[in-house]
Each structure stands twice: as C-alpha cells, then as structure tokens.
Ligand binder design. Structure first.
Ligand SMILES: *Cc1c(COP(=O)(O)O)cnc(C)c1O
Length: 395
C-alpha cells in the first residue's frame, strides 16, 4: 500500500463527520452582557456558559487584572522554575490553599494542563490509574501520557472502583474522579470512593471543575459539601474557567505532593507560567466566591425553578441538582434540530454529541447561572416544551 495522502485522509474524516451529524463549528460571540449575548449577529439568551456565579463579568476581577497588568506587565517571562514564578502567583496559591485547607497549591494556565501534569507527574508505566467512565477527557489523557495502566469503572460504581484497585494490589495507584460530571451534572459518590482509595492505599484525586464555587460552605466544592477534607482527598484540582469566571487552574495537596509535581510534571516544568495579572484577577474572584453567598443561593433557586417547570412539561430531565441540567435527546440529528429551533426563539443551548458523550446519548446541556433571572428561566422552559413537541411531531 502506498502511503496515505493527507488531503485524502482529511476529506474522508470530514465526510464521515458530516454523515453522522458530528460536524462542529465555532460560533462567534460578539457581545456579552451577563447571559445576554450577540452571536453571529443575533441577540440570544445564553444557557451554555459555565460561568455559574456570573463572575466572568465581575468589575472587581477586571480591575484587578488591569491594575496588575499595568504594574507588573503582561507575560510572566518564563516557566515557573526559570524566572516565571511571581509574587502574585505565590499570593494566590497561598490564599487558595488556605481556603480549601491544603498545605500547598500550584497555579496552572489551564485545567487541562493541570490534570495532565498531575497524572503524568505522579504515575509511571506499571502504575495503576482507576477512573470513572465519564471522567473529563484530560484525566484520561493524563493517565495515557503517564503510560499507566488505565482502568475505567462504570459511571459512579464505587464497588467496581474498589475491585479494580484490588485486582492490581502491588501497583502504585491513583483513583481519580470528577466531583460533578460535566455532561450529566450528577455528583460522584465521593465518600465511598474516598474510603475505597484509603483502604487500598491509592491516592484519591478529585477534579472540582464544576463543584468549586458552586457547592459546599463558602463554595469550597462537592468534597467539602459532604465533609471530606484534605486527609480524605489528598490531591484536588480546581479549574478556574467555570465558577471563577476566569482562566487557569489550581492543584492542591500536601507539601510533599505539590513539591513532587513541581519537580516532575512535564506540562508544568516545560510551559510558560500564566500571566501574573491572571493570578491577581483570580484572587479577586476568590474573594467574591467566599463573600457573596447570595450568588449560590440565587443559583440554587433558579435550578429548582427550572426543574419544577421542566417536570410540569414532562421534559426528559436527568437526576441532577447542580446548575448542569441536561435534557437527553438520543440521536445527534434530534439534538441539533432542537437546538436550532431554540435559537430561532432566542435561546442559545449547546447540543452535546459524541465523543463528548457516549453514542446515542446526545443531549442539550443547559447550564444555569446566578446572572439569569426568573423570566429567562421560565422563557427557556416554555421554549423547550414547544421545540420538543415540534421535533416529535416532525419525526
Ligand atoms: C473544563 C474542565 C477541565 C479543563 O479545564 P480548562 O481550564 O478548561 O482547561 C477539566 N476538568 C473538568 C471536569 C472540566 O469540566
């Protein structure tokens, strides 16, 4: 066989995506005013942002960013180990560690990078990494980058997680899970998983991307909400692109764990440190998360209102009490069609298709934020009911 030609490969892959309604395109967001956005020229109410607390439009955060950039410049100038670690990074790491009750924190430019670094830095070939089947892609990729033996248990099945740990009793092991699952909105059985990990001397790693800021006292996350502390969850990852309304991530752990990552995690060692001003802005966001409990209260009340309305209309809700409220639609074409009709009515909701979710489980991923108001939520529920009726009548 002659070597495949790239133009042919690309065309075949693209044709395959088109046939299975799996083509994606980037929409251009032209203006943002809380949940009111202008997308490709059209004004819409957005229900697809992970800005759960409405802090992405925080004036304090923007001012902190601007002040710090004016005083300290934009770029960090290098990797953290070669001159790129600034006082603003160090201050934010200390504040975050104190907030969550850990000895140390490490600031990363993104959550994806933080999870890659954590698993690659800890694990080597021959080690074991046990993960929930629905974990975020970057946890899976981190275990692969490490060359570890990756075992994935059926979603939320902590007994299966325990069996997978017991099956390789001699390998150094990590048990890793999302706290709140990004496409389903349900919360992992964190207490049971922590017990399994402790009993098997595995390191328990929890990704709080969708829990931090939203759940628990002072928004300390899903682990804190069920009373788990740094002793039960020795390593926590907190991406900052969601409730923090910003960018970057924190990895929190003991002095020994964080020191180990800082020495050995290639995605940390060989990458330019984030802009120092970003750390200052994330400090401001952290202060708002701690102090402004009204944001969590309002969000919880909007989530309850959405679920009441959706139940009244018989919409295909799943069992989620978080701001992630998916409606299961099944096929890619149906999810796309409903999202398109919703958009004509002025609502922007993300259709989620494989590979982000399993085949046949396409859905609308509706996310609520503290910046929505009750009329917007009621309007969405009515529009969803009408669009689903229309889709079913047309099917
Ligand atoms: C968004 C997300 C990440 C990645 O974080 P980024 O900062 O967007 O790279 C990691 N884990 C989970 C569970 C996420 O939802």
């Amino acid at each position: 066989m002659p070597r495949a030609r790239w133009p042919d490969r690309l065309a075949v892959a693209q044709a395959h995506r088109a046939r299975s309604d799996a083509l994606r395109r980037r929409r251009v967001v032209e203006r943002v005013d809380g949940p009111r956005v202008v997308v490709d020229g059209q004004p819409l109410v957005s229900f697809c942002s992970n800005d759960y607390l409405g802090l992405a439009s925080s004036l304090e955060g923007a001012v902190a960013l601007q002040d710090a950039a004016a005083r300290h410049g934009l770029g960090s100038g290098g990797s953290a180990l070669l001159g790129g670690h600034h006082a603003l990074h160090a201050a934010f790491e200390r504040e975050a560690a104190e907030w969550l009750g850990y000895e140390r924190a490490l600031f990363f430019p993104s959550g994806y990078q933080a999870n890659l670094a954590t698993l690659q830095g800890l694990l080597s070939p021959g080690d074991l990494c046990v993960q929930d089947k629905l974990n975020h892609a970057c946890l899976v990729d981190g275990a692969r980058l490490a060359g570890a033996e990756l075992r994935r248990y059926p979603h939320a099945d902590y007994a299966a997680a325990l069996r997978q740990l017991q099956a390789l009793p001699e390998a150094a092991a990590v048990l890793a899970t999302d706290s709140v699952f990004s496409m389903d909105g349900d919360v992992a059985p964190l207490r049971e998983l922590a017990l399994a990990a402790t009993g098997e001397h595995a390191l328990f790693v929890v990704d709080e991307a969708h829990g931090a800021g939203v759940l628990g006292p002072e928004g300390r996350g899903a682990c804190a909400a069920v009373g788990l502390s740094a002793r039960d969850v020795p390593l926590m990852v907190v991406p900052l692109g969601k409730a923090f309304g910003g960018q970057g991530a924190l990895v929190l752990g003991s002095q020994a764990l964080v020191d180990h990552l800082l020495q050995s995690a290639r995605p940390y060692v060989f990458s330019t440190a984030a802009m120092p001003a970003l750390a200052a802005a994330m400090s401001a966001q952290l202060r708002a998360i701690r102090a402004e409990g009204w944001r969590r209260a309002k969000l919880a009340s909007l989530v309850a209102r959405f679920r009441r309305g959706a139940l009244r209309h018989g919409l295909p809700l799943v069992d989620s009490s978080t701001p992630i409220q998916p409606l299961l639609l099944g096929g890619n074409a149906r999810a796309l069609a409903v999202a398109r009709t919703l958009e004509q009515r002025g609502y922007w909701v993300a259709p989620i298709r494989p590979p982000a979710v399993p085949d046949g489980k396409a859905r609308l991923r509706i996310t609520l934020t503290a910046a929505h108001d009750e009329a917007q939520v009621d309007g969405l529920v009515d529009a969803l009911a009408a669009c689903l009726d229309a889709a079913d009548a047309g099917a």
